[in-house]
Design a protein around this ligand. Structure first.
Ligand SMILES: [Zn+2]
Length: 86
């Protein structure tokens, strides 16, 4: 009953059997716990660093924690309104 007690302190060195692969997790749009597939998960504050962004998530059900990683891929809907520079 204690097979998912890894902490979120380190990087990814101690990842054990994950029911969801990264691909499956992305396909679920990050809506499922990678450990128990519960949808009762909560995402915490988003962090940004240049082209990367990440946020830590945790599962209400099994207590697992993990980090969602995002990457800047493009911009869209550029709108230029003529304004005087301040
Ligand atoms: Zn879970």
């Amino acid at each position: 009953m204690d097979d998912h007690s890894y902490n979120c302190g380190g990087n990814y060195s101690e990842v054990r059997k994950m029911p969801l692969t990264n691909k499956e997790y992305v396909e679920s749009a990050g809506n499922e716990c990678p450990n128990c597939k519960s949808v009762e998960i909560s995402a915490n504050h988003m962090h940004f660093d240049g082209v990367k962004a990440w946020c830590t998530c945790d599962c209400e059900k099994c207590g697992a924690t993990w980090t969602d990683n995002y990457e800047l891929v493009e911009f869209d809907d550029l709108l230029i309104t003529k304004q005087k520079p301040m």
